[in-house]
Design a protein around this ligand. Structure first.
Ligand code: ZN
Length: 302
């Protein structure tokens, strides 16, 4: 019997509070995964390397990382975390660490939200669509954008959370973004909700005015997306998105604000929850390794 070579694909989702490592297939199928808290860069990456080594040295590694991070494979500082407030991570190179551990592995790096967007667009709530936005609302706000079947990068990568949004009438909340105060993240992230209402999002009842306010800011952010890289569908995930009715409220407001101008929003399922839940990021990271939606990956070191 002829034996086929098994190509193991490894993936890592590096998050601000937790890290997920996995092995599986490039179609996003998870074979095995392990979750652990994100601590210092060296400790976190070493834990990932040890887990991968136990599974057999990987030939390909897909990484979905929190940002800001240099994802351009041609840049000298490819794989380096930039101005992150997370202690110890600013200037740390994720890819250098992994290339030292696995010099022959083909490494692909994306933002966590772009990876989640890819997974939702290929096997999730926006399956089959080529223009998709995946927004996450948790400790921050971010978005991954698939535009014409390719993940959007630009000069760095989208920073949707820092888009400027008009204030809701009568809203005098100062906002909590350390850079811009009242950008979208400053007005509508989990910590912003808690500071504004004195309670964390999960303790606010479904009829609390917090949710009208939340939908207002999200809908204005989505109008910005519609004007520049129009998605056919918007998937909203992250802890805050678990609030009952938030997707419907946001969908209604987006349609009102669109004023009949953006045809994509005429569907009642324009703003939807994720289908892959918490697994979108890691499954997207597996899918990064063999797909051809972005520039050629950084060559392995020989
Ligand atoms: Zn900001």
């Amino acid at each position: 019997m002829r034996c086929l070579t098994f190509i193991m694909i490894a993936a890592m989702e590096l998050g601000g509070t937790k890290t997920v490592v996995a092995v599986g297939g490039s179609n996003g199928t998870l074979v095995d995964e392990f979750r652990f808290p994100t601590t210092s860069p060296q400790e976190t990456l070493m834990r990932a390397v040890e887990w991968f080594t136990e599974k057999g040295a990987p030939e390909a590694i897909g990484i979905a990382a929190f940002g800001p991070v240099r994802i351009d494979p041609k840049a000298a500082d490819w794989g380096t975390l930039l101005a992150t407030p997370k202690p110890g991570w600013n200037g740390f190179s994720i890819t250098s660490f992994l290339r030292d551990a696995f010099p022959a592995a083909r490494i692909t790096l994306e933002t966590d939200v772009n990876a989640a967007c890819l997974a939702e667009a290929r096997i999730g709530a926006a399956e089959g669509l080529e223009n998709v936005a995946y927004i996450t609302i948790g400790t921050g706000i971010g978005a991954g954008i698939l535009c014409d079947g390719r993940l959007l990068h630009g000069a760095l990568h989208p920073e949707f959370g820092h888009i400027r949004v008009p204030r809701k009438k009568g809203d005098d909340f100062a906002g909590i973004c350390p850079f811009h105060a009242d950008c979208l993240e400053g007005m509508a992230s989990g910590p912003a909700i808690e500071k504004r209402w004195g309670k964390p999002a999960q303790e606010l009842p479904v009829d609390h005015p917090a949710w009208e306010t939340e939908a207002w800011y999200l809908a204005h952010g989505i109008i910005g997306l519609l004007a520049i890289s129009p998605p056919q569908r918007v998937v909203i995930g992250g802890g805050v998105s678990l609030a009952e009715g938030l997707h419907e409220k946001t969908n209604t407001l987006v349609r009102e604000l669109a004023g009949g101008y953006f045809p994509a929003v005429n569907e009642s399922t324009y703003v939807v929850p994720p289908k892959l839940g918490q697994q979108a990021g890691i499954r997207g990271a597996l899918m990064l390794t063999l797909t051809n939606f972005q520039p050629a990956p950084h060559p392995p070191r020989h």
